[in-house]
Design a protein around this ligand. Structure first.
Ligand SMILES: [Zn+2]
Ligand SMILES: [Zn+2]
Length: 231
C-alpha cells in the first residue's frame, strides 16, 4: 500500500519537522553534482583542474560516436544512500515526490528535447517480490511535470538476475545483466530520443545494456538520468 501521510520526524534522523520529510541538516548533507564539470558522455564528475578542461574522460575519449549521454543529480553517499535504500523497500509515495522535486530542481540542462521517459524495468518476479518499482514512481512525477510521455511496457527485463550490489566487480556486473533486457515494441522508440531513468549509477552496466536495446530498436539517442551516482 502506498503511504501518503507525512512523517512527524525526519526519515533520516530524530529531528521533528513539518510538511517535509527530511530535516534541513540532513538535506544539507546531500552532495549535488556540478553537471558543468562532468565527462560529456558518461557524466563522471571531474575532480582535478586539468580534467575540467576536457570534454571527455579517459574512458570515453575513443568513443566520440556514442549515442548515450549519462547524467546524475547527486553523489551516492551518506544520507542519500540511506534515503534511496529506504525508498526501495518502503512504499512511501512522499519519498518519490521529494526525490522528484530534487531531480526537477537540478535537471541537467544538456538533457533536453527528449520524446519519451522510460524507467529501467524490473523483472516481473522481482516486481512481485518488492511490490513496486521505485523508479517508475519517479518517472510518473517527472513525466507529469515535464509533459513528456512515459512508457512502462515497451522495454522489458526478461532475465531474472541477481542484484547488482551482490556482484564483486565491474566485469561481474556487466556479465550479470548481459542480454537481460528486451524491447517488445520497437515502434515505440523508432527515431525517438529516450530519457532512460534509474535510481543509482554504479558501474553503468544496466544503463548501457538498456541503452543498447533501445538503440537497436531504432532510438535516435539515449539520455540516461539517475538520481545518484557512485564515484
Ligand atoms: Zn534529519
Ligand atoms: Zn566518460
Amino acid at each position: 500500500m502506498i503511504d501518503i501521510l507525512f512523517p512527524k520526524i525526519c526519515l533520516l534522523c530524530d529531528n521533528s519537522l513539518e510538511k517535509t520529510i527530511i530535516c534541513r541538516s540532513c538535506s544539507e548533507a546531500f552532495s549535488f553534482i556540478d553537471n558543468a564539470r562532468v565527462c560529456d558522455v558518461c557524466g563522471v564528475p571531474y575532480s582535478s583542474l586539468s580534467e575540467q578542461k576536457l570534454h571527455l574522460c579517459g574512458n570515453c575519449i575513443s568513443n566520440t560516436e556514442s549515442l548515450l549521454k549519462v547524467r546524475s543529480v547527486l553523489l551516492y553517499k551518506d544520507k542519500l544512500r540511506d534515503l534511496l535504500h529506504y525508498f526501495k523497500y518502503s512504499s512511501k509515495m512522499y519519498i518519490a515526490d521529494f526525490l522528484s522535486d530534487l531531480v526537477i530542481d537540478r535537471f541537467p540542462s544538456d538533457l533536453s528535447g527528449f520524446d519519451i521517459i522510460v524507467p529501467v524495468p524490473l523483472h516481473i518476479r522481482r516486481l512481485q517480490e518488492r511490490g513496486y518499482n521505485q523508479t517508475v514512481l519517479i518517472g510518473k512525477v517527472l513525466a507529469g511535470n515535464l509533459g513528456v510521455r512515459l512508457d512502462l511496457f515497451s522495454l522489458k527485463k526478461v532475465k531474472y538476475t541477481k542484484p547488482q550490489v551482490d556482484m564483486s566487480n565491474f566485469v561481474a556486473r556487466a556479465k550479470n545483466v548481459k542480454n537481460s533486457f528486451h524491447v517488445s515494441n520497437k515502434k515505440m522508440f523508432s527515431g525517438k530520443t529516450v530519457l532512460l531513468l534509474d535510481d543509482v549509477y554504479t558501474s553503468g552496466s544496466t544503463i548501457r545494456e538498456c541503452s543498447k536495446q533501445l538503440i537497436e530498436a531504432g532510438a535516435k539517442y539515449v539520455f540516461a538520468l539517475t538520481i545518484a551516482r557512485a564515484v
